[in-house]
Ligand binder design. Structure first.
Ligand code: MTE
Ligand code: HPA
Ligand code: MOS
Length: 785
């Protein structure tokens, strides 16, 4: 067999994204690029101008009379269920008597052109009777308005443990939200068929859910609706539930007019109408010993959910699941409040609550270190989980799951060395002692992120594979492509299984008619689950081919070996294509479905105990920051990352995910600031006022490495690990590096009262607050001079 060589396009190879060239040449087709069917109408929305109000009257006559308008629909016109909520039935497609946020959809209009539709939508005459609006989590806590009941996780007796501990501190940190800012905004195109059937092209991470909600809105069975999505221009969680509104409206208008309808929003409306990362208020109360080891801790997490539940139950839960991050908390209570506010309903965003939970504990560790005058890295190390076999005792999480795969001690040893952390800390101290204006800071933070949907039943996936008689393969599965490289990874898995080149495999659009009842591509589990489902389908076909070949050429099945585009059958060698052709003539089925469900997981939410995660993904980052104490501006001169992806399915894709995730996290914690004005309107609704990272924010020295000893302890697909979300949380090191530099600016005498995002403005104001606390009364500028 040696002669046949090794397959060059299977798993573990750093292959480019299948659409990389098409992405840059512009040939990749997004939903808005699909050829437009004749008679296409364009939809526009009528939206609420008030955060909380009763609609006293709604006069749509001027809209109907406007040029080009073909149809107008509002709450009373929905033939089925006026709802597009994923879980709780609390998101109407069209608000009826009550509006609950600025930007909420009240009606939709279909017209001949986008321009006509948008002009017409502005002509509605709406009278409101305003009601009191609650805009922040703190206001909601005070008013006791919640979208869902509170939830508690508890292990041990934290109150007693805190009281008994030698040291104690309490505090509060606020963590901001984040807009997903995908390049491609929300869009759907619905094409009506016969018998009221409809095909919907929707930019969604969750085709099955959109299919089901469209069917319910139309009052039809799910089999009347087909969803298709080839790719999204980014999603980041923002398309896990939110696409349903646009798909429902396009389908409703298509059903009503009998014509195809496209619903697309521009950036300002997209930002105003769609949910974002939840901002949090986190209170902590912690007891610890001289080494900074936590003895007991209590967290209160309050999440701003917006006007409805959306995915907030699972998101707020995931924040609780990550309140420990990588640290053993011997006694802990985590109380979570799901605050109802008159703002857009917040939703999934990369990390799904996990990042907010982690900021809480990393802040606590940082505060402990500052209180005791220790290096935060030493306090981190002192609190790490044991969590490896043979190291029992410090390995149980606050939700009573045993950590079995902790590789952080090894990973931190490696990163501490390659980043030169200790020497740089000393060098930075020396620099700060003599630099009056510029101050530097450094922080190393770890990540431990739980992999699996915590809603256990979502951990299932399906695939469909056809092999054609020329030996080419049609690959389909329930996962969606949003730029993360899922499709090429799954194709590599199938190439590996059949031992054929990747270019023999056609990657195809996700379609509910091919693979039904799928979960959202989310929770970073896309390749874990769809990779396994596709492998199962390929194995079924391969087993049939093997049995056929053994029979046809009179050898045992173990003598049939697939390798590098050829199949050895006893003493004969055939091409893959020849075997397939022969099997077809021998009447062997060349099509199969595959299915996978994640093993081992279970969770009892009432008891807040179980094994919600199949395994954990780990990583760590060292970030250095330098701040200008006169302006609050800062830079990140150097970032070192070491991240574990198990045995990478595709190291090129995974590196891209690590770099991109980190930078997106840095955006969240340092520059992206959402601001709602007193009237409840989002003032930061465009790139003019909302700053996301760009190429120029790339750290000056950026060393990103995949942990070379990574191997999933669980038998995941080729022992790989999920990579989509975990690296985002590496950016907490950037936030804490700024905090470290701030502390240095005041001679490490005051702990910086810094909330996220640490915008330059926030950095400057924090400095002022620290100076005031020091009592000198001298302004920053005087101090610097
Ligand atoms: N990468 C790109 N380029 N675009 C995206 O929209 N979404 C992230 C992550 N990486 C995203 C991305 C999120 S929120 C998740 S959950 C995962 O990809 C989903 O894909 P996966 O499960 O295949 O990793
Ligand atoms: N992650 C992402 N999406 C989800 C989850 C989760 O844990 N649970 C439900 N939807
Ligand atoms: Mo990702 S937030 O789970 O879509």
């Amino acid at each position: 067999m040696a002669k046949q060589g090794k397959l060059k396009t299977g798993v573990h190879r750093p292959l480019p994204h299948d659409s990389a060239a098409k992405h840059v040449s512009g040939e990749a087709l997004y939903t808005d690029d699909l050829p437009e069917p004749p008679g296409l109408l364009h939809a526009a929305f009528g939206m609420s101008a008030r955060p909380h109000a009763r609609i006293v009257s709604l006069d749509l006559a001027p809209v109907r009379k406007a040029p080009g308008v073909v149809a107008v629909m509002a709450a009373g016109d929905v033939p089925g269920d006026n709802n597009c909520a994923p879980v709780m039935h609390d998101d109407p497609i069209f608000a009826g008597g009550l509006v609950e946020y600025v930007g909420q959809s009240i009606f939709a209009v279909a017209a001949g052109t986008v321009e006509q539709a948008r002009r017409a939508a502005r002509l509605a005459r709406i009278e409101y009777e305003d009601l009191p609006a609650i805009l922040t989590a703190e206001a909601a806590l005070e008013a006791k308005t919640f979208v869902l009941p509170p939830h508690t996780m508890k292990r041990g007796e934290p109150k007693k443990a805190i009281a008994k501990a030698k040291h104690r501190l309490k505090g509060r940190i606020k963590v901001g939200g984040q807009d997903q800012f995908y390049l491609e905004g929300h869009i759907a195109m619905a094409v009506p068929g016969e018998d009221r059937d409809v095909t919907v092209y929707s930019s969604t991470q969750n085709p099955s859910e959109v299919q089901h909600l469209v069917a319910e809105a139309l009052g039809l069975a799910s089999n009347a609706v087909t969803l298709e999505i080839r790719r999204m221009g980014g999603a980041f969680g923002g398309k896990e539930t939110q696409p349903a509104l646009y798909a429902c409206i396009a389908a409703l208008l298509a059903d009503k007019t009998g014509r195809p309808v496209k619903a697309r929003v521009d950036r300002d409306d997209d930002m105003g109408m769609t949910g974002k990362r939840h901002d949090f208020v986190i209170d902590y109360d912690v007891g610890y010993d001289d080494k900074g080891r936590i003895k007991g801790i209590e967290f209160m997490q309050a999440a701003r959910c917006g006007m409805s539940a959306d995915l907030s139950a699972a998101i707020a839960d995931r924040a609780m699941f990550h309140a420990d991050n990588a640290y053993y908390l011997p006694a802990a209570r985590i109380v979570s409040h799901r605050c109802k506010t008159n703002t857009v309903s917040n939703t999934a965003f990369r990390g799904f609550g996990g990042p907010q939970g982690m900021v809480g504990i990393e802040q606590v560790i940082d505060e402990i270190a500052r209180d005791l005058g220790l290096d935060p890295l030493d306090v981190r190390r002192a609190n790490l989980y044991g969590g490896t076999p043979g190291n029992r005792g410090r390995d149980v999480t606050p939700y009573h799951m045993t950590v079995e795969d902790n590789i952080l001690p090894k990973l931190l040893d490696d990163l501490e060395k390659t980043s030169d952390y200790r020497a740089r800390r000393r060098e930075i101290d020396g620099y700060n002692a003599t630099s009056p204006v510029l101050k530097r800071g450094i922080a190393l933070t770890p990540v431990k992120f739980g992999i699996s949907f915590t809603t256990s039943h979502l951990n299932q996936a399906g695939a469909l594979i056809h092999v054609y008689t020329d030996g080419s393969v049609h690959l389909n599965h329930g996962g969606t492509e949003m730029g993360q490289g899922l499709f090429v990874k799954v194709a590599q898995v199938v190439a590996e299984e059949f031992q054929i080149d990747l270019d023999r495999i056609k990657i195809t659009a996700t379609n509910t008619g091919k693979v039904p009842n799928t979960s959202a591509t989310a929770a970073s589990s896309g390749s874990d689950m769809n990779g396994m489902a596709a492998r199962a389908a390929a194995r079924t076909i391969k087993e049939r081919l093997t049995a056929f070949a053994a029979d046809a050429f009179d050898c045992t099945k173990s003598e049939v070996v697939f390798q590098n585009n050829r199949v050895r059958v006893g003493r004969k060698t055939l091409s893959f294509k020849e075997l397939v052709r022969a099997a077809y003539l021998g009447r062997v089925s060349l099509s199969a479905t595959g299915y996978y469900r994640t093993p081992k997981i279970h969770y009892d939410r009432k008891k807040a105990a179980g094994r919600p995660f199949y395994y954990f993904a780990y990583g760590a980052a060292v970030t250095e920051a330098v701040i200008d104490t006169l302006t609050g501006e800062y830079r990140f001169p150097r970032v070192d990352i070491l991240h574990d992806v198990g045995q990478s399915l595709n190291p090129a894709i995974d590196l891209g995910q690590i770099e991109g995730g980190f930078l997106q996290g840095l955006g969240w914690l340092t520059m992206e600031e959402l601001y709602w004005n007193a009237d409840g309107a989002l003032a930061t609704h465009a790139p003019s006022t909302y700053k996301i990272p760009t190429a120029s924010d790339w750290p000056e020295a950026f060393d990103v490495r995949i942990f070379d000893r990574g191997r999933n302890r669980e038998p995941t697909v080729h022992r790989s690990k999920a990579v989509g979300e975990p690296p985002l949380m590496l950016a907490i090191s950037g936030f804490l590096a700024i905090k470290d530099a701030l502390a240095a600016a005041c001679g490490h005498q005051v702990s910086p009262p810094l909330d996220a995002p640490a915008t330059p403005e926030a950095v400057l104001m924090t400095l002022e607050a620290m100076r005031a606390r020091l009592g000198g009364g001298e302004s920053l500028r005087e101090a610097a001079e």
